[in-house]
Design a protein around this ligand. Structure first.
Ligand code: HT7
Ligand code: ZN
Length: 880
């Protein structure tokens, strides 16, 4: 397969000023007629270029230029393109093509999801609908007519505003939509189905009324209120914080069951995975509610950061995704608890993105090349990209950042822009030189920031020495990498509170929190008038996406944990303390000299449990042990069994020793009466369920009964699922009967709710138990499971592949199972196959025995005939 490179970018030879589409919808034979007004691009160097259009799996019925049917000699069709050899400078191109949505299991282009038709065009799906210049820098005005059977598909939608509708023969009808905003083909959308709608309105800051509509299958109409509230909050927030108003008279969301990702920001017609729209207290957990709020906001925010200003090419993907994730993350922080949101984001970044940055698919936020762009919708583009924007926000301050975003939107509105355009706007607003900062976009890998300190009591000077480095990644060796500009937010803690900071070199004095810019490979920051040896609180709020190394003693961590002004670093200190203790248990296990859990950690947890002043959500986060994947990320060589067992040992010890404190905190935290997904109630449910999970982990049977009782009587999914999950994950044999009873009852209760059944699949597939693989195979035979639905695949196969002890079973059974599924999915849905492959590609830090088994399965996948570009790229890069 061909490698596409950023350095080869060339402006398109043609532009398409107007696009007129007509869809005659039939499940297996949809006719698509396109009339495209072409003009040669004045900026193109090749003034006599042939017309080369993208297109795939389209049966051509007719091709015309300016009304004249083309003869066979005038064009050539290849599997992925159509070339018309000689064309005038301005002309109309007409194509009638036949496509088969029913058989389209890739879920790209036009496909059927249950009884409805829908589309997914980003990144390159439009070319499966009709021949086109399917690239984001070709922007056109679309008019779309959708024609279908009226009884089966009463609702016919596309982008923009409806301008005409009518009845046709044979019980058919049509609606014509016109989108006044020029857009690239990846933002095109069409939906047809028998859908119910939740209606609302939003009045914009300039007084325009916008009709808001959420379309769902009739059975789901009672689960749309939260998405609608989130949408209105997001619309208001974007006006208040970014001065961005909505620009059409109608904004629509449609929920579909079969979807490769979370949602899609098509202009005026967002299409969502049901899992990111539907929410109801009884069926959806708090994290589900929060996800709906975040994704609804994310897609809405794309209307400006993505649609009004789009990307010139796919190497600029993080221009829209990184910026929009930053925007949605700030929105969620404003809607709920800022510190909790930061902790959640940091967890995702440090476990998942850091692992990606250390793996075979590592790439810069602006990748230099790709084989299949779908493989680059990654945590690096999204989450690291958002962190890079966050650093700009930190360096400039909120006000200047806003000036920069205003300049960016004003200068690039209606165009396809680049990351450099964004940086140029930020530079104009601030006068800051971003040359060094661009390293964040151009180099892959997670920088390591090592910090050492020195206290000179006599002169009351305190010095921090920062040393940065970045490991080897596929595109560059460590020694060839340039130093980053790293903003480090910090403070110093004294015996009785924060110390005032005096850094004369930087003109900083009289504050207890500041941001210093580390730009050199090694750099010292000197603090004056420091009256006692302080404990440094570094990288507050995770001010840069780096791995911080400072040799903290446990006493120092405990001090930060209980005293720091920065809530994030209090949480971070609790995590580091746990990491140290778990690593100590692992060393003891390895040397066969078992060690006891450090009583200082037990005491610190006890104080946390008794702290009524701290936000309950933060207490829950601080009591939450570092995940197995985070511990794996920190290890040089991963011993999955040791990590699992030592982490479980710590949890059990804490549970046993603090049983009374957990029980007291559980008892005094009220259960939810009238469910609300607000920060306060979410915090209370999280501490209550955290306590319950420890109490169940203590292994005392009375708590199994309590958990089962909560499971049966809960009035919301958070409490019901948490209780069931605690029982399922218990390693006590006594808990098994409670767990299996709960699992059976849960399925009975929720068998009609697809999203709840997915949760039920997931909890079973992620249980650390020798039988899990057999159980997973049985779940795949369950009537509710199908390989054609990505949510089901993720909840069974995906959950298993991310279940470390079972996936990495030493007999290689987990690897073989996953490889078999990928081979099957490669033919059905290449995007999902490639994504699911990730855990198998991370073999480098596994033990040698596992490495060999993993490589064997990767090679087996590589040898499959008809490997999709998606799977080919991931497998081949992981075998280098
Ligand atoms: N911009 C959207 C990306 C997306 C996507 C990409 C590849 C394959 C399927 C897809 N579905 C949606 C989602 C977003 O970031 O908002
Ligand atoms: Zn996005």
């Amino acid at each position: 397969p061909k490698v596409i490179r950023l350095q080869d970018y060339q402006v398109p030879n043609f532009q398409i000023t107007k696009t007129e589409l007509h869809f005659n919808l039939e499940p297996t034979e949809t006719l698509v007629t396109s009339k495209l007004q072409f003009e040669r691009n004045a900026k193109s160097e090749n003034k006599s270029a042939a017309l080369e259009l993208h297109g795939q799996d389209i049966e051509i019925q007719s091709l015309k230029i300016n009304g004249e049917e083309l003869t066979d000699e005038q064009y050539q069709v290849n599997p992925e393109s159509l070339t018309v050899f000689s064309v005038p400078d301005v002309f109309e191109f007409e194509c009638v093509g036949k496509i088969n949505p029913q058989e389209n299991t890739s879920l790209e282009g036009l496909y059927k999801s249950r009884s409805m038709f829908c589309t997914q065009c980003e990144a390159e799906g439009f070319r499966k609908i009709t021949y086109y210049l399917d690239r984001p820098d070709v922007m056109s005005e679309f008019t779309t007519t959708v024609e279908a059977d009226k009884a089966l598909y009463p609702i016919l939608l596309s982008n923009g505003n409806p301008i005409e509708k009518g009845e046709l023969d044979n019980n058919r009808h049509f609606v014509t939509w016109h989108d006044p905003h020029k857009k690239p083909a990846y933002l095109f959308a069409l939906v047809a189905g028998d859908l119910s709608v939740l209606d609302d309105t939003f009045t914009t800051s300039s007084g325009r009324d916008v009709a808001l509509k959420i379309f769902v299958e009739p059975k789901d109409l009672d689960k749309c209120d939260h998405a609608m509230t989130s949408l209105k909050n997001a619309m208001k927030w974007d006006e208040d914080v970014y001065g961005r108003e909505y620009d059409l008279d109608i904004f629509m969301i449609v929920a579909v069951d079969d979807f490769n990702m979370g949602a899609m920001e098509n202009k005026g017609l967002n299409i969502f995975n049901t899992s990111c729209v539907l929410a109801k207290a009884e069926t959806t957990s708090d994290t589900g509610f929060q996800r709906v709020e975040a994704v609804v906001a994310h897609e809405y925010f794309h209307n400006w950061s993505g649609n009004r200003v789009t990307c010139r090419d796919w190497f600029q993907l993080s221009l829209k995704e990184g910026f929009t994730v930053f925007r949605d993350s700030e929105f969620s922080a404003d809607m709920g608890s800022r510190t909790v949101k930061r902790v959640e984001d940091a967890n995702v970044l440090r476990t998942l993105q850091f692992a990606e940055d250390a793996g075979p698919m590592a790439h810069p936020v602006q990748p230099p090349s790709f084989i299949e762009i779908s493989n680059f919708y990654t945590l690096t583009i999204y989450e690291k990209g958002a962190e890079v924007v966050r650093m700009i926000h930190t360096l400039l301050g909120a006000e200047t950042f806003r000036k920069g975003s205003d300049i960016y939107f004003a200068e690039n509105d209606g165009t396809a822009a680049t990351i450099d355009d964004f940086i140029s706007a930020m530079s104009k607003a601030s006068g800051k030189d971003f040359t060094q900062f661009m390293t964040w976009y151009r180099q892959a890998g997670t920088p390591v920031l090592n910090v050492a300190d020195n206290y000179d009591a006599e002169n009351q000077k305190y010095t921090l020495t920062f040393t940065q480095s970045c490991p080897d990644t596929p595109e560059a060796k460590s020694e060839d990498k340039k130093p980053y500009l790293i903003p480090v937010r910090l403070g110093l803690l004294g015996e009785s509170g924060p110390l005032p900071l005096e850094i004369s070199d930087l003109g900083i004095s009289g504050v207890t929190d500041t941001v210093v810019e580390i730009t050199e490979s090694t750099q010292c920051i000197e603090f004056s008038n420091v009256s006692e040896k302080p404990v440094p609180s570094l990288l507050r709020s995770l001010s840069a996406p780096v791995k911080l190394q400072f040799d903290y003693s446990r006493d120092q961590l405990i001090k930060i944990m209980s005293n720091d002004e920065d809530g994030f670093n209090r949480w971070e200190a609790s995590q580091q303390l746990c990491v140290q203790v778990i690593q100590e248990l692992m060393s003891g296990r390895q040397s066969e000299q078992p060690v006891a859990v450090d009583p200082n950690l037990v005491a610190a947890f006890d104080r946390l449990l008794k702290d009524d002043n701290l936000d309950p959500a933060m207490v829950a986060n601080m009591l939450s042990l570092p995940s197995e994947s985070y511990l794996a990320e920190l290890a040089e060589e991963i011993d999955v069994d040791a990590i699992h067992q030592c982490r479980a040992q710590l949890k059990k010890t804490l549970a046993e020793e603090l049983c009374e404190s957990f029980a007291q905190r559980w008892q005094k935290t009220p259960a939810t009466v009238d469910y609300k997904a607000d920060a306060e109630q979410i915090g209370l449910r999280s501490i209550r369920n955290m306590c319950l999970s420890y109490l169940v982990a203590s292994g005392q049977e009375q708590w199994f009964g309590v958990a089962y009782e909560q499971f049966s009587s809960a009035n919301n999914m958070t409490d019901q699922f948490s209780a069931m999950s605690a029982l399922v994950h218990s390693d006590s044999e006594l808990a098994e009967s409670y767990a299996s009873k709960a699992l059976a009852e849960f399925y009975q209760q929720w068998s009609e709710e697809a999203l709840v059944v997915n949760q039920w699949f997931g909890v079973q597939a992620s249980k650390a138990h020798p039988n899990t693989l057999e159980q997973v195979k049985a779940l795949m035979e369950h009537p509710a499971f199908t390989m054609k639905n990505p949510n089901k695949v993720r909840s069974v196969i995906g959950a298993f592949a991310n279940n470390p002890v079972c996936f990495h079973a030493i007999d290689g059974s987990g690897y073989k199972f996953l490889a078999d599924q990928i081979i099957e999915l490669n033919a059905l849905n290449p995007q999902i196959a490639a994504r699911l492959l990730t855990p198998l590609t991370r073999w480098k830090k596994q033990t040698q025995q596992r490495q060999a088994l993993m490589i064997e399965e990767l090679k087996r996948i590589q040898s499959v005939a008809d490997l999709s570009k998606d799977v080919y790229e991931v497998v081949s890069k992981s075998l280098v």
